[in-house]
Design a protein around this ligand. Structure first.
Ligand code: ATP
Length: 442
């Protein structure tokens, strides 16, 4: 179990805001508990994580159909899925200050952690956000913001079968927002009330349990590879075989992946064997035919489902805290984000050595334009002095800085048309010919 490090957490929150990664929602009004927004670099970081998911789990395979469904759905969906009756956390309220807490997160279930008052009886609190759809505000117009993206896929199972006639096993994937009215949002992005999920519902043949086991463990391996590829340290990742009493109501087997966040070891993502629970529930409620017909054996049945699920925001947090590094470089303390090149929001920055020399600025602009065609996530910077620019790029995790100096222009004829390329992690610089920069950076 990793030690908690609240000081590190504070540094990450502060850097995230200062450098344009993550801002509190409604910041000028003092924020809004459980809601956050991304600035330019955080947006790109999240985008790169989602793109890697899309590449790995959709584009590199032939058996997973991407889909994008509505956030608000017919409320019958949530009645059938069990969320209306059962998507709840245990809530307790303090008799004195009336603050509310999630009972299962308290060390002492009788004493209020805020004022020391006594806590009332536990009751179940449904976490779905309710809204009214249309002009009537009565019980008939109640609907919900989706608490998971999964149901959008189960309810489109028949559409995918009818449009594409896939053979089992096959899956659907969706990236999208989910909303949960968490009783105590906390730990920065970790427990938010609005967050983004990347989920796959993978349908399998229930007659072949061995193959189901194999597919389940293959997905587990793929999830782990994905985490390593986006730059998480393997020793900080933990496998948790969830015991039956802790599993979601629909799951026959669950493996959670936990990560050593600065506030402790907590769930990063999950993998569940949802059986035919959801499709059967929707058949029961909607009377739609959600079966699969096996042409070879001429049998009709309801497929089972394996669900790998990940939260984008928890991945962003994990990647940020894994990358956060402090060291001494040339006798000076510095902070840098050791992002993997896959997730780094800015892949390289281009500078003129001095900003008041038009010939250097012009050449640097030319190199920047040339690079930008090949590597779009690139920055030009001629603010302040070069040391300051390096510090800024280190803090946003840019792997390489390319500097145009007088030798580039031919002051030393042997070095004409070469630039310096500085490595973020070591601070070392080497000279590279302009025509080779793209291949070197790639
Ligand atoms: P927890 O036990 O931490 O509340 P969960 O088991 O309810 O999480 P799932 O329902 O399995 O979570 O949701 C799938 C994924 O969605 C989680 O692994 C997580 O990455 C993400 N997620 C869930 N709730 C939140 C939240 N409140 N804020 C941010 N991400 C979340």
């Amino acid at each position: 179990m990793a030690d908690k490090n609240p000081e590190l957490m504070e540094k990450i929150v502060s850097l995230s805001k200062r450098r344009g990664f993550i801002y509190p929602s409604s910041d000028i009004y003092g924020g809004y508990a459980g809601f956050w927004g991304y600035g330019p670099y955080g947006g790109d970081l999240g985008h790169n994580i989602k793109q890697h998911f899309w590449d790995k789990f959709i584009l590199e395979r032939e058996d997973i159909y991407p889909i994008s469904t509505s956030i608000i759905m017919n409320p019958q969906v949530w009645e059938a899925s069990g969320h209306v009756s059962g998507f709840a956390d245990p809530l307790v309220e303090c008799d004195k200050c009336h603050h509310r807490f999630r009972a299962d997160q308290l060390e002492d279930k009788n004493k209020c952690p805020d004022c020391g008052g006594s806590l009332g009886n536990e009751r179940q609190f449904n976490m779905m956000f309710e809204t009214h759809v249309g002009a009537m505000e009565d019980d008939s117009s109640v609907s919900y913001l989706r608490p998971e993206t999964a149901q959008g896929m189960f309810t489109n199972f028949k559409n995918i079968i009818d449009s594409f006639h896939p053979k089992l096993p096959f899956g659907m994937a969706q990236i999208g927002k989910a909303f949960r009215n968490e009783i105590s949002p906390r730990d920065f992005l970790f427990r938010s009330r609005e967050f983004e999920q990347m989920e796959i519902e993978y349908f399998v043949d229930p007659r072949d349990p061995k193959k189901i086991d194999q597919i389940f463990s293959d997905f587990y391996e793929e999830q782990q590879k994905f985490l390593h590829e986006i730059g998480l340290t393997p020793a900080k990742i933990h496998k948790i075989d969830v015991p039956a009493e802790d599993r979601a109501h629909y799951s026959k087997k669950s493996i959670d992946t936990e990560y050593d966040f600065p506030f402790g070891q907590k769930e990063l993502l999950g993998l569940a064997y949802r059986t035919d629970y959801d499709l059967k529930a929707h058949v029961g409620k909607s009377s739609a035919d959600l079966s699969y017909f096996d042409e070879e054996t001429q049998e009709r049945f309801i497929p089972h489902c394996i669900e790998p699920t990940m939260g984008v925001d928890r991945l962003v947090m994990a990647v940020l805290s894994d990358a956060y590094t402090e060291d001494d470089l040339g006798g000076e303390k510095r902070t840098y984000l050791k992002f993997s090149s896959i997730v780094a929001p800015v892949k390289a920055a281009v500078f003129p050595l001095l900003k008041n020399k038009p010939e250097l600025v012009a050449k640097a602009r030319e190199v920047y334009q040339m690079l930008k065609k090949e590597i779009p996530n690139i920055e030009f910077d001629d603010n302040g002095n070069i040391g300051k620019r390096y510090r800024r790029q280190d803090e946003i995790g840019t792997p390489y800085c390319v500097t145009i100096d007088f030798d580039t222009l031919g002051e030393n004829p042997d070095l004409k048309d070469t630039v310096t390329v500085r490595d973020r992690d070591t601070g070392e610089q080497r000279r590279v010919n302009i025509k080779d920069i793209v291949s070197e950076l790639k």
